[in-house]
Design a protein around this ligand. Sequence first.
Ligand SMILES: [Mg+2]
Ligand SMILES: [Zn+2]
Length: 183
Amino acid sequence: MSGDRFVFLDRDGTLVEDVGYGHRLEDYALLPGVLEALHALRDAGFRFAIVTNQSGIGRGIFAREDYDRFHGRLLDDLDDAGIRIEHTYMCPHAPDAECRCRKPDPSSLFDARDRFGADLARSWMVGDHVKDVALAANAGCRGLLVLTGHGVEERLRLGETPVAAVVEDLGDATRHILQAVDI
Ligand SMILES: [Mg+2]
Ligand SMILES: [Zn+2]
């Protein structure tokens, strides 16, 4: 018996503009085409979770409350558009904290499998960093690198990291997923 197909979404540079440690509401901006892409995926039966590293908290650059306000705005906008995010996996730690929640550690996706019934082999992770597609590989799902955010620079650092495809943006990722999907 198989579970549900998920699209795991990086946040900064994939859903919203990446301004670097974004936490101020005045810096909040959804990227173009994001809502349309999520609607198309939703209508194809995908569920969603966000997986985001927010080391700005651990580094003392901004507070958890700033994150909550900024992220809450995103979740409100998605909710208003009929997009339900099952869960946000957020790592607040600095990279040297040796936690288990920072991408590309696959703990978050394993949790989504266990708690929400995500069928990882039929799921996707979309993000603009090498660590996003490395997370996909570590968790046994398929990774797409978008060229929004830091994607153009990150693409050059992919090395041996397995990636299903490099795509322009979330809209392009969606076309790729819907073409590949086994309905
Ligand atoms: Mg990102
Ligand atoms: Zn962490």
